[in-house]
Ligand binder design. Structure first.
Ligand code: THU
Length: 162
């Protein structure tokens, strides 16, 4: 037997420590929470991506009375970005959330399904996505892509293996 240790590094920032460019993207994700459609959970999630050429795309969670038919903010945003700009890789993804009491102090991490979609987008463009999870008290930054949040992940490489 041998043990495999899978290392994950998450950097913790406060909002003030980010560059102007990052703060603009963070604010775009925060603003996107206000356009979310979440009448059932009343949990409003916003996402913003900056593409490699600087274009910013935002999205949010879209719920449905048939609950599983709704979609998270991250996937809404990534699918929209890829649908509009299929030739442009994504540089940074920001996620922000608020509930009925306002913005959350501690960031929310992406759900498992969104992690898998982020992985697919990274694979598609052969480029890791920088992920920023916004919280009013502290923010988490994952610099080297989704694999830090999805160890031992399944991707298309396995489909070609014998
Ligand atoms: N949600 C997101 O949009 N992103 C996440 O990372 C976690 C959860 C949404 C789905 C649903 O509309 C609401 O938040 C409550 O789960």
């Amino acid at each position: 037997m041998r043990e495999m240790c899978l290392h994950t590094s998450v950097k913790v920032y406060t909002y003030d420590e980010f560059s102007q460019e990052d703060r603009e993207l963070i604010d775009a994700a925060r603003n996107a929470t206000s356009r979310s459609y979440a009448p059932y959970s009343k949990f409003n999630v916003g996402a913003a991506v900056r593409l490699a050429d600087g274009i910013v795309v935002t999205g949010n969670n879209q719920e449905n009375a048939a609950y599983p038919s709704g979609l998270c903010a991250e996937r809404t945003t990534l699918f929209w970005a890829n649908a509009q700009y299929p030739d442009t890789p994504i540089d940074t993804l920001v996620i922000a959330a608020r509930n009925e009491n306002g913005e959350l102090g501690i960031p929310i991490p992406p759900c498992g399904a969104c992690r898998q979609v982020i992985l697919e987008v990274e694979k598609r463009y052969n480029r890791a996505i920088r992920i920023v999870l916004y919280g009013a008290k502290e923010c988490y930054v994952i610099e080297d892509g989704i694999k830090a949040l999805l160890p031992l992940c399944f991707d298309s490489d396995f489909l070609d293996k014998e």
